[in-house]
Write a protein that binds this ligand. Structure first.
Ligand code: TRP
Length: 451
């Protein structure tokens, strides 16, 4: 059998995993949730959510992945042969592909906006015009399809390179670059007159806003932001060497994810306040409000505003790309491990699949806007199906598998590297995986269903 690829170093493991974790969830979702639920006070709740829910599930996936050294289907099949658990493995191969189908449409928007920015499209018109670009663009037929195609091609290009030469290399380059780019935007944003109100909004702890809603929001955000429930962390962990300390790579990933989210908040929110606007969530913030702000603030200085908005869209593109490759890799690992396909064919087949799903999603903002699945457009349907159902169910099944199906000795052995590291923490982590995380997911579930 051919040698399974491995990440080359601890930095590579964390760059790849943090690359998956840091994505659109950090750049547009976190800043706005942060403000909404009490600023600095929310960070504490969010950290608690990471500790009690997200990290235990992260470890469950890591343990399954590294102990089996297989794709999600193969892992379940190896660890619980002949049981229905392998269907769980199969489910979590399909869910990241559906996720990528619509994630890639948004990735395409960032490609398009980068081009728009670089070609001075934003500075040729009065700033007030800029927010209108978005609606016009996404409801058109061809442009978003080209952009989606370009984004999928970039994703496929990286995944074709393999674990070591594609994913690892790209993440080691993209993550530090992303960090610097976002810091540049923070610097710019904080120099805008009036931005301090945004800083106040982010740092003033308002404990009165910490309702049950805030807790549910923190749990859901931690779960999505750490890329849990679809076998991404499981698959990446199958490329982690046996000597690596799983506790450290998990904490490293979660800490980077939090760091990026907080920095993104300081890049985005102060600028919004400086322009006299209120932060709101969703694509509107990134694709309508921010280009408007960067333009307006750079009025009379087209070069400066072009530079700032281009940096911003390169950053979003990099963040989206490293997440997207992690979604594609789950299926590629399955086809290469289980069906013996070549990486090249596996990548191309799955890229074609996701690209096709993405076409429907992209068109659902325009020509197919009236085609509904259960009352939702394709894009919204897939978004709900993934975020509200497939991800939490996947996470619940993974942590249940480790907490209740695998033998405790095997779990301990994997987490402690045969009793050499983290031995004192094991019982706590095991308790979290077995009892606390499943309950946490049920809470996320219930709130998704009720809200
Ligand atoms: N975590 C990414 C974000 O914050 C999204 C993501 C990437 C993801 N891979 C995933 C979400 C796997 C769930 C599962 O944007």
């Amino acid at each position: 059998m051919k040698q399974r690829e491995h990440f080359g170093s601890r930095f590579a493991v964390i760059a790849a995993m943090a690359g998956s974790a840091v994505g659109l969830g950090n750049i547009w979702r976190f800043p706005y949730i942060l403000g909404e639920y009490g600023g600095a006070a929310f960070i504490l709740v969010y950290m608690a959510a990471c500790l009690v829910l997200a990290l235990p599930i992260f470890y469950a996936e890591s343990i399954i992945g590294r102990s089996s050294r297989s794709d999600t289907f193969g892992a379940m099949n190896k660890l619980a042969p002949g049981t229905p658990w392998r269907w769980v493995g199969l489910l979590t191969i399909i869910s990241p592909l559906l996720l990528l189908g619509y994630y890639s449409v948004v990735g395409g928007w960032s490609v398009e906006y980068l081009f728009k920015s670089l070609s001075f499209s934003f500075t040729e018109v009065p700033a007030e015009e800029v927010p209108h670009f978005f609606g016009r663009f996404i409801s058109s037929t061809w442009q978003p399809l080209f952009a989606h195609t370009a984004f999928m091609a970039l994703v496929a290009g990286v995944v074709l390179g393999g674990v070591r030469n594609g994913i690892e290399k790209f993440s080691k380059l993209a993550m530090p670059a992303l960090f610097i780019l976002i810091l540049v935007i923070v610097g710019y944003s904080l120099t805008l007159p009036g931005s301090f109100k945004g800083v106040e909004y982010l740092v003033k702890p308002d404990f009165s806003k910490l309702s049950a809603d805030a807790i549910a929001a923190a749990l859901g955000q931690a779960f999505f932001s750490l890329s849990l429930g679809v076998g991404t962390i499981l698959t990446f962990s199958s490329y982690v060497k046996k000597e690596e300390n799983l506790l450290v790579s998990g904490v490293g990933t979660a800490a980077s994810d939090l760091l990026f989210a907080v920095i993104a908040a300081f890049a985005v929110i102060p600028a919004v306040f400086a322009a006299g606007l209120q932060p709101s969530g969703g694509p509107g913030l990134v694709f309508e409000t921010l280009p408007y702000i960067f333009n307006k603030m750079g009025e009379g200085m087209p070069l400066l505003s072009t530079l700032v908005s281009s940096i911003f869209f390169v950053a979003i593109l990099a963040a989206a790309l490293t997440s997207a490759i992690s979604m594609l890799e789950v299926g590629v690992a399955f086809l290469t491990d289980e069906w013996g396909m070549k990486r090249r064919s596996a990548t191309l087949v799955l890229t074609f699949f996701c690209w096709s799903v993405g076409i429907l999603c992209s068109l659902s903002f325009g020509p197919l806007a009236d085609v509904k699945v259960l009352g939702l457009t394709f894009f919204d349907f897939l978004d709900h199906l993934c975020s509200d159902w497939l991800l939490p169910v996947g996470g619940l099944l993974f942590t249940t598998f480790v907490g209740w199906k695998m033998s405790k000795d095997k779990v301990r052995d994997e987490f402690t590297n045969g009793g050499t590291v983290n031995t004192r923490l094991f019982d706590t982590v095991y308790f979290l995986m077995r009892y606390v995380a499943p309950v946490g997911i049920l809470v996320v579930f219930a709130t998704n269903l009720l809200m």
